[in-house]
Design a protein. Structure first.
Length: 99
């Protein structure tokens, strides 16, 4: 059995995104098309991840409650988070009564 947690291509994309964030080049990232995660909160399931209601995800229906892949970066002031698989724009956090 083979198991790959992160492909080399995905690791390179993630690395490039994190380098852009560290360089202050968030504006160059395709965040305008990133799904919005409403009622988001951080969870721990041996790895950090996010849960919430997703809107604009390329393969999941709007309003679906999800748990993301491993959280790699999050900036709540900028309203963005990067998981292993993709960027998310952060909507309102959980407990605000808004979705």
């Amino acid at each position: 059995m083979k198991f790959t947690y992160l492909s080399a291509e995905d690791a390179q994309r993630l690395s490039a995104d994190l380098r852009a964030v560290e360089a202050g080049s968030v504006g160059t990232l395709a965040l305008h098309i990133a799904p919005i995660l409403e009622a988001h909160q951080m969870y721990s399931r041996r790895i950090a991840c996010l849960s919430g209601y997703v809107f604009g995800h390329p393969s999941l229906g709007d309003g679906r409650e999800i748990m993301t892949s491993q959280l790699m970066y999050m900036d709540t002031e900028a309203g963005i988070a990067r998981t292993v698989n993709r960027w998310y724009r952060l909507g309102h956090p959980a407990g605000t009564g808004r979705v």
